[in-house]
Design a protein around this ligand. Structure first.
Ligand code: NAD
Length: 429
């Protein structure tokens, strides 16, 4: 699957025009002309395709698709498509991936692709006794859904386990929740899991004597997590007037803030999700599911905290790690329907949902590092301003060469505002 010619260190990519960037990418020969067109715009999602995806379609919404560079994940060079409207995200991830590359790149792994389906069992005389009865029928229940999805079964997926929890003190009193653990292989899995829960519900009612209300996947996919670790060699951290030790310690201090304070943790994790979501969206995956899983996982101890950790190793290098649920698919949902998402997946050369998840957490960790490094040193605005100024310039009506010229002028004046941008534009005529 991996093309040995792919090199994610494409120097100067940032400064080139889109045509020249594609000339570089075309050298890797990863995409057919149609797939390439699905990214450049001509053959992306059209309204008639969109009309089959959701209801009341009136058009489509385009987003910038950038390429995260320098990513070395488990020893493999990966080009990372990122769909995001926020400036600095792609640049930040690519720059940090370059630093982590100096320390050997990202090392990532995933657990089994096991999702959880929930069935809420109500109207029970004794939830505890019902629990025992359901557990006694565990094997029969699992057998009942083993062949429900023959494709998944033949790929080695399917039901893996059953758990029964008594929920106490809810607004409607105590009830039972049955968890079906289901291996969904390379799918996100919502449909397979929901179908299996619906199939089991009448059996659970019969066994327990209760009534099954909800039958639905849980987005707290805590059995399907992706983990990544990356090291930045100490010497790679120094820049400008900041010593390497200063940058490293500042990053660790910033991380400690997020560990201890939910107000900071929310923003810290948002930074991680800047990278994660961009890849999740580019590959046609369900970013609401990933967001929900991430924040629920960040609260699993009872207090919302950082999803990542940053520490110093024995040699003084900076080591970061990230662990979070990652219920993404390379089949199903929009991944195979959206032509741009399909092309984006192909560009990444991932052969499984696990490999995709490993790349995504690597990007999340890189993005986290980009934000912490900026925050702990010169502040976020300086780097952000140059890109922000371009958006302001475009919003003010600048076109072509004038965009960069106007952005530079706004930054030089330290007034990145649309009224000033308009003024300058009208001076230029
Ligand atoms: P899907 O049903 O479209 O595709 C999955 C199916 O593809 C499997 O069941 C299997 O039959 C088949 N398949 C083929 N090759 C496979 C392989 N290698 N590995 C696994 N399966 C393979 O998609 P899905 O992943 O079940 O559902 C994802 C969609 O469900 C998303 O679009 C999501 O938005 C939506 N959804 C989400 C939620 C939620 O998050 N709570 C709830 C409902 C629906």
């Amino acid at each position: 699957m991996t093309d040995p010619r792919v090199n994610s260190r494409i120097s100067g990519f940032y400064n080139q025009n889109i045509e020249t960037r594609w000339e570089k990418l075309d050298e890797f020969n990863l995409l057919t002309p149609e797939e390439r067109n699905a990214i450049t715009g001509d053959q992306g999602l059209d309204t008639s395709q969109a009309d089959h995806m959701i209801e009341n379609v009136i058009g489509t919404l385009n987003m910038p698709l950038g390429l995260g560079l320098n990513f070395l994940v488990n020893g493999r060079d990966v080009l990372v498509p990122m769909a995001v409207e926020e400036p600095s995200v792609v640049a930040g991830a690519s720059f940090m991936a370059k630093l982590v590359r100096k320390g050997g790149g990202f090392w990532a792994q995933t657990t089994q692709p096991e999702m959880i389906g929930q069935m809420q069992v109500l109207d029970l005389e004794s939830p505890d006794q019902a629990r025992v009865k359901i557990l006694a029928e565990r094997d029969a229940l699992l057998r009942a859904v083993a062949d429900l999805d023959p494709i998944l079964r033949d790929l080695g997926g399917g039901p893996r386990g059953l758990e029964v929890r008594v929920i106490e003190g809810s607004p409607i009193g105590d009830f039972l929740v049955v968890h079906l653990i289901y291996d969904v292989r390379d799918a996100m899995g919502a449909n397979a899991v929901n179908t299996a829960c619906e199939r089991l519900a009448p059996m659970i009612e019969e066994i327990s004597g209760g009534r099954v209300n909800l039958r639905i996947l849980s987005n707290l996919a805590d059995r399907r997590v992706a983990r990544v670790q990356g090291t930045v060699p100490l010497e790679a951290l120094a820049f400008g007037d900041f010593s390497a030790e200063q940058v490293r310690d500042g990053i660790i201090e910033a991380w400690a803030f997020a560990v201890a304070d939910p107000y900071r943790a929310a923003t810290h994790n948002k930074g991680i999700m800047n990278g994660v979501d961009a890849v999740v969206i580019a590959t046609g995956n369900d970013w609401r599911a990933i967001e929900a899983g991430a924040h629920a996982y960040a609260s699993r101890t009872g207090r919302y905290t950082s999803l990542s950790t940053w520490e110093e190793d024995a040699d003084g290098n900076l080591v970061g790690s990230l662990e979070m649920p990652m219920a993404v698919g390379t089949v199903g949902g929009a991944t195979k329907v959206h032509p741009t998402a399909r092309a984006a997946l192909k560009l990444m050369q991932v052969s499984s949902a696990a490999e995709l998840a490993e790349v995504i957490v690597s990007v999340g960790l890189a993005q986290n590092l980009a934000a912490l490094r900026a925050l702990a040193t010169e502040g976020i605005q300086r780097g952000h301003m140059n890109l922000h100024a371009r958006q302001v310039a475009i919003a003010a009506g600048a076109k072509g060469d004038k965009i960069s010229r106007l952005a530079e002028r706004l930054v030089a004046e330290n007034v990145v505002r649309i009224d000033r941008a308009r003024e300058i534009l009208s001076e230029w005529g």
